[in-house]
Ligand binder design. Structure first.
Ligand code: F6P
Length: 364
């Protein structure tokens, strides 16, 4: 008898999503009775009328591991547990559509669901599992902020893009005797910034986990100019903040539960000027470039292995769990463990210690 698995991608797009889909599809093909389907725009493909579900055939999955984004499309707004609906007066009302979703998944006769997404998506997976959906989570985020896995796919690609951009900014810093500030993504975690600072050779790295003192930064820059270097490069994470004060965050799109970060590079530039930094300063906000394009080989491999593992977990009926990469092996954790803690940069970690050893200032 034919069995059916439904795959979907939720949250922000991320290099490697298509490699997971292809990994699932290729592994499933070895079990003759299984067919793979995809819900378009995360759970919206099931919730909306008419539904939008595609069959992921061999042809559709062929060669997609090299492509960025997700062939299944995605959304980081339409959470089925808190589904936003715009009212005639423009206000948004949130409703819990999880029971409707469970009913629809059952009516479509899916034997398993694979939900590829970050912490928000895995919270949804857990609720659906508790309501009887045989679901498996696959972790995804360029931010690398999930504690239940040592690494998420997309992170290495984001770090490489940020490092390549940083290298290009060093050129201008050196030539113009400037301070160049480069802002990277990561939300509340400083992983992308820290890795880029080490790979690119930044003088200053500012991350959310270590609030900075702007006066210390001015002194550090002054010392570098005094020593004859005559330029400085700063990497700042979008969630980094000064010891005193807060950062710019704007509300997300209508219906989004998230605030939008972005712009701290300009804020820092002003703070440095106000605190008396005499150097010429320029700011670059990298933004979504970090999530775009083809995944690096590392992320393709990790994502592919995650896809294969997710399907094998279906065969083993290991539902209610999320695939994870721990201690150099692909394993799994319960969805409860998956969403319990975030993975933040620890001030006491060797990564931070070694960065300080290299002379990188965190402004603290
Ligand atoms: O979580 C991934 C991420 O790229 C964050 O680093 C960033 O803050 C956020 O998503 C941006 O989201 P959006 O695409 O909705 O602007």
């Amino acid at each position: 008898m034919t069995k059916k698995v439904l795959v979907l991608t939720g949250g922000g797009d991320c290099p490697g999503l298509n490699a997971v889909i292809r990994g699932i599809s290729k592994r499933a093909r070895k079990q003759k009775e299984w067919e793979v389907y995809g819900s378009i725009d995360a759970f919206n493909g099931i919730l909306k009328e008419p539904q939008h579900i595609i069959k992921i055939t061999r042809k559709i999955a062929a060669g997609i591991h090299v492509k960025g984004g997700t062939i299944l499309k995605t959304t980081n707004k339409d959470n089925p547990i808190k589904f936003p609906t715009q009212q005639p007066d423009g206000t948004i009302v949130f409703t819990d559509r999880s029971d409707e979703l469970v009913r629809k998944i059952k009516a479509l006769n899916f034997d398993a669901v694979i939900n590829i997404g970050g912490d928000g998506s895995q919270k949804i997976s857990k609720i659906l599992f508790e309501k009887g959906v045989p679901i498996i989570g696959v972790p995804k985020t360029i931010d690398n902020d999930l504690s239940a896995t040592d690494m998420t796919f997309g992170f290495q690609t984001a770090v490489q893009i940020a490092t390549d951009s940083f290298d290009k900014l060093v050129t201008t810093a050196e030539s113009h005797h400037r301070v160049m500030i480069m802002e990277v993504m990561g939300r509340d975690a400083g992983w992308i910034a820290l890795h880029t600072a080490i790979a690119g050779g930044a003088e200053i790295c500012l991350i959310p986990e270590i609030p900075y003192d702007v006066n210390k930064l001015v002194k550090r820059i002054a010392l570098r100019y005094k020593k004859g270097k005559g330029f400085a490069n700063i990497v700042i994470a979008e969630g980094a903040m000064p010891k005193e004060g807060s950062i710019t965050a704007i509300p997300g799109e209508k219906g989004s539960e998230h605030v939008r970060l972005g712009g701290v590079a300009f804020q820092l530039s002003k703070q440095l000027k106000d605190a008396g930094c005499p150097a010429e300063i320029r700011e670059t906000v990298l933004g979504h470039v970090q999530r775009g394009g083809s995944p690096l080989a590392y992320d393709r491999i990790l994502a592919t292995l995650f896809g294969v593992k997710a399907f094998e977990m279906i065969l083993a009926k290991e539902f209610g769990r999320m695939v994870s990469f721990k201690n150099n092996t692909i394993t799994s954790v319960t969805l409860g463990e998956a969403i319990k803690d975030y993975n933040f940069v620890s001030k006491d970690s060797y990564l931070v210690q070694a960065s300080r050893g290299l002379g990188i200032s965190f402004g603290d």
